[in-house]
Design a protein around this ligand. Structure first.
Ligand SMILES: NC(=O)CC(=O)C(=O)O
Length: 283
């Protein structure tokens, strides 16, 4: 049940250091700042507590069941309840049964964990003379879509490369999502070419809001990050965005734009399942 159909969102584009405590302190201040600006939903970047680099993931990983050591996880839960807001906690490396996952935790206003999304599509890429990265050397892929009912609507979660798979966004749309949040860390070449395009495509195809949140460009590690955390509406308009520096984007989400867009272009009613013979995405 949506309590707020019009609210402010805060996208915290943080610069990530090699000191975990510094990263947690920065995230904590950013969440408090966004909340003071009136944000009811705050989103953090992919890998906000750890440089986006395969040499750091193991060292920064947390086991969420071990409350003593899970300092990033605990901070998010505490801040959600302290500020009375919903937090889509970007992602951090999660230690799970002897393996690592790239995991996003969502907390509600009383600090409870509402959902946990493990990145489904791992970022394995090799662009000759440009970039090579292989998340699957380190991470185990998640196997479940994650849609979560919050005070600020039904939110589907994807992590970065997950945005490239329209099927995942379609599952979220079919299950009633108002907004899809993609914490992400695109790099310089994929960022310039595809970051905004992918967001607009997922928003327009599914007639819902898309929010992304990235680390800032000058984060630690050798992977150079694109930045540009953004909010796109169901019509494909960029409601708010940023450059690549550390910043907090505050923007208004108004879910009436979803109905307006769907009434204007009733593509859901016009869909010809008889022709595409798609699998049933609603189950
Ligand atoms: N972190 C990622 O998944 C990066 C990605 O998808 C990209 O294009 O860059």
């Amino acid at each position: 049940m949506v309590k707020l159909s019009k609210f402010k969102i805060g996208l915290c584009q943080l610069s990530v250091t090699t000191e975990k405590k510094t990263n947690i302190d920065k995230a904590c201040s950013a969440i408090e700042f966004a909340s003071k600006q009136g944000a009811s939903l705050v989103v953090l970047p992919e890998m906000w507590n750890c440089p986006y680099s395969t040499d750091y993931f193991e060292q920064f990983a947390e086991n969420f069941d071990d409350q003593e050591s899970a300092s990033s996880y605990k901070m998010l839960s505490k801040l959600a309840s302290q500020e009375g807001i919903t937090i889509v906690g970007g992602s951090i490396p999660e230690r799970c049964e002897g393996q690592l996952c790239n995991t996003c935790c969502v907390f509600g206003p009383n600090g409870d964990l509402l959902a946990k999304h493990r990145k489904i599509h791992l970022f394995d890429v090799n662009i000759p003379d440009d970039i090579s990265f292989k998340e699957s050397d380190i991470f185990l892929a998640g196997s479940e879509p994650t849609i979560v009912d919050t005070d600020v609507g039904k939110i589907g979660i994807g992590i970065c490369h997950d945005i490239r798979f329209p099927e995942l966004a379609m599952v979220y749309q079919a299950r009633g999502a108002h907004l899809i949040c993609y914490p992400g860390a695109f790099n310089m070449s994929t960022g310039e070419a595809l970051w905004e395009l992918e967001q607009k495509a997922r928003a327009v195809d599914n007639q819902l809001f898309v929010a992304t949140c990235s680390p800032s460009r000058f984060s630690a590690g050798t992977y150079t990050i694109w930045g540009h955390s953004t909010l796109v509406d169901p019509f494909g308009n960029v409601i708010a965005t940023s450059e690549h520096d550390e910043t907090i984007v505050i923007a208004e989400v108004d879910y009436s734009a979803i109905q307006y867009t769907r009434d204007s272009f009733p593509i859901e009613k016009q869909r010809r399942q008889d022709i595409y013979k798609f699998i049933d995405l609603h189950v």
